[in-house]
Write a protein that binds this ligand. Structure first.
Ligand code: BG6
Length: 366
């Protein structure tokens, strides 16, 4: 059942190209230029009436929501807030009938997320669910359901469900943009064209797994490290850090690269590994200057950059190249080496990769 892989997690990492293709599937118009989301039954008027969006989820799904916020704000120009479900319910969120609430849950059974969904509905909001399980509680209670066709995810640490959630956000963001006409047809077509290229680009990253395994073996001897990045790179850094903690039990912290000097830089000492994401073109120079700050204090920097970029290598100790895509889509690529990093670090430490201590795949208590 592991199809020749040593662990479900590795199998699921390698299933991502298929999960991307299946999640996009028939939702891309045959003309290849727009998105068709028939499962979302909102009229143009209803979409036009949305004043704000709340994305609510737990764990890895919350991290997908951080990317979702950028996607919706950029494509549809609607303000978005993202909350951890267990916080959302108790902070008296301002939910009106013009609020669209998006809940994200692989299992569709997470108690905190379900409670947040009910709170949203009680306040008259429309709820869209992004879930991997057809007929789950979240799917049944939401107004609209966007299913991620990742297939069953067995490993506790989520990989293909997370990336399929990203694809769902891209599709939904484009769907809103089409209805609101916040992006012209050419811009939509360009994004769709890049979306279609993602699976093959993930395959290219997977072909270089051996290089990440070497990084992981170095990292696995440390007890503390940092992930840094800006913008969407920071969102991915947070997911990379969570993944590493979940299964390797190495403590790490994800930091917005520009925020380091406001405190965390005090923790950078000789030899500490820093995983630096410098994928976002427009933020590249800024991130490089933050990398120099940690290098100057003795950090060993593992840098992720876009292929063709030659500058980063000069400022870091080791580099890994991500195929080029639109900056907005880059999380669907840059998270893959971080998944492999945590997998191989967990393996190097002799942990039970698929069943990390103290964690459950789906938490149905609050
Ligand atoms: C946690 C799992 O308890 O629940 C995480 O260990 C997961 O891996 C989180 O991301 C949310 O789960 P779900 O099913 O709501 O996406």
């Amino acid at each position: 059942e592991k199809a020749g892989f040593d662990h479900f997690m590795l199998k699921e990492i390698y299933e991502q190209p298929k999960a991307y293709r299946d999640t996009m599937g028939a939702r891309l118009d045959p003309s290849g230029t727009k998105v068709v989301l028939d499962e979302v039954k909102m009229s143009k008027e209803q979409i036009g009436a949305i004043r704000n969006v709340h994305i609510v989820a737990c764990g890895t799904a919350y991290h997908a929501g951080l990317v979702g916020k950028s996607v919706i704000e950029k494509l549809a120009r609607i303000p978005v807030e993202v909350d951890v479900a267990s916080e959302y319910r108790y902070r008296s969120p301002i939910i009106t009938p013009n609020t669209l609430v998006i809940v994200v849950s692989q299992s569709g059974e997470t108690a905190d997320t379900l409670a947040a969904l009910r709170e949203a509905k009680r306040n008259g909001a429309r709820v869209v669910a992004i879930t991997n399980v057809v007929g789950s509680s979240v799917a049944r209670e939401a107004d609209d359901v966007i299913v991620t066709w990742a297939g069953p995810e067995i490993a506790v640490a989520s990989t293909k469900a997370y990336t399929s959630q990203l694809i769902a956000f891209y599709l939904f963001g484009l769907y809103l943009a089409q209805a609101l006409e916040t992006q012209d047809a050419a811009a939509v077509a360009e994004i769709v064209a890049h979306l279609k290229e993602l699976p093959e680009k993930v395959e290219r990253i997977l072909e270089q797994a051996e290089a990440i395994k070497e990084w992981a073996e170095q990292v696995s001897t440390h007890d503390n490290l940092f992930f840094i990045g800006r913008g969407l790179d920071f969102a991915v850094a947070q997911e990379g850090s969570l993944k590493l903690k979940e299964i390797s039990y190495i403590h790490s912290e994800a930091y917005a690269a520009g925020e380091l000097k406001h405190g965390t830089l005090a923790l950078i000492e000789e030899g500490i590994p820093v995983i630096a994401l410098a994928i976002q073109d427009d933020l590249f120079e800024k991130t490089v200057s933050n990398i120099k700050e940690v290098k100057a204090r003795g950090a060993h920097v593992f840098g992720l950059h876009t292929e063709g970029e030659t500058e980063l290598a000069k400022s870091v100790d080791q580099v890994f190249e991500i195929p080029h895509t639109l900056p907005l889509l880059s999380p669907a690529l840059s998270v893959v080496p971080l998944q492999l990093l945590s997998y191989y670090a967990s393996l190097a430490r002799g942990n039970d990769v698929d069943k990390p201590r103290n964690l459950a795949k789906s938490v149905t208590v609050e």
